[in-house]
Design a protein around this ligand. Sequence first.
Ligand code: FAD
Ligand code: PYC
Length: 413
Amino acid sequence: MPWRLLRFALSKEHPEPRMFTAHEKLKPSYDAVIIGAGGHGLASAYYLARDHGIKNVAVLEKGYIGGGNTGRNTTIIRSNYLTPEGVQFYDESLRLWQDLSQDFDLNLFYSTRGHFTLAHTDSAIRTSRWRAEVNKHFGIASEVVGPDFIKKAVPQIDISCGGHAPIMGALYHAPGSVARHDAVAWGYGRGADQRGVEIHQQTEVLSIDVQGGKIKGVKTSRGYIATEKVLCAVAGSTPRILKMVEIDSPLYIHPLQAMVSEPVKPWLDPILVSGSLHIYISQSARGELVMGASLDPYEVQSTRSTLDFPEGLSAHMLDMFPFLSNVKVMRQWAGMADMTPDFAPIMGKTPVEGFYLDSGWGTWGFKATPVCGKTMSYTLANDTNHPLITGFTLDRFRNYALTGEKGAASVGH
Ligand code: FAD
Ligand code: PYC
């Protein structure tokens, strides 16, 4: 056993340096309060302090940092979206991901694998071509490839999928990557903490004080805080927070489940997604197969796992990779996906002065963590929506100006 670990185990004082300061008390007021210590809330705090010099900030988390969807996702990072707004936004995120381990001095295990969206039908091929053309227009590496290309990259695949749904081609996106999700939360959290931001875990926001249409403070499970700026970054809990400020939104919450296998020898380098079979798979640095499927088909705010999920997912996975039949499933879990009707996020200013939204991240928000931090910190600091998020504001639903990204969702949700 390493000496450092033994010393820590035997110490009464727990002298090991912690990732963050544990603040005993809340201050009576802050320049800004961020609700939610997931990746998005922590990244916003980090860039508020680092890029805008706003450090008198509290991040309030009802559980523990990264315990929401940030620590539950399947870590796929890509920018092969469908709309010009989406492509440019996610591409900026991908650019930010490149330097993040160095920024944090923490290894995020960012690993570029290549990403295949498999097409089993004529219409899926058509959407792939459409996405490839939009992507290329913005200088993003995406191309439509045939079955031979796929078979060469993944020799183990049954291209006929057991004869049920033969693969006709794929959208191939070479920059597709994975990273270690909990380390992303720790990196942003530690960076924010080092710059003076306070992170308060086990601190739930119970209500929000709005007077004359303006934010005045928040009531928490540990007392009242005065503030004029609140950022809501709570993913699956967004409707609850919006109720507190009497804002309507078209958000709906569905569980999204995932599972991992026991570790096996490395055999799968790229990330594979099949819209028609409703499955996706990648292999982690530890050898585990990380697998997911579509949303659960009912609206409920719950993170319970169900037995029909591994059953359905495994059946389709075996169509593609019959040799996996003896591989054991080790864990399954669920998160709460905050879905929007057009599969684009809801970001920016709201009708309540000083209340900012970073939501509608559904099944696609992990990859956006860095760019959300950048654009939301700018929006808070300047009280002006960042140019990259103007296609994502709440009022697009009132103005019938949707940003349709459903065709670029990972699996058919
Ligand atoms: P979260 O990480 O959920 O953080 C919100 C935090 O707010 C939580 O910690 C919660 O406890 C806290 N909170 C809530 N209410 C309160 C309150 N009243 N007071 C204080 N704190 C509160 N995206 C991808 O890009 N690629 C993927 O491969 C991918 N796979 C996914 C797989 C699954 C199974 C799931 C569930 C999601 C997946 N996603 C993926 C989506 C992605 O995980 C999320 O969009 C993203 O993590 C959202 O981050 P966040 O920081 O906004 O929210
Ligand atoms: O956004 O790429 C994605 C994704 C994959 C699985 C869930 N979301």
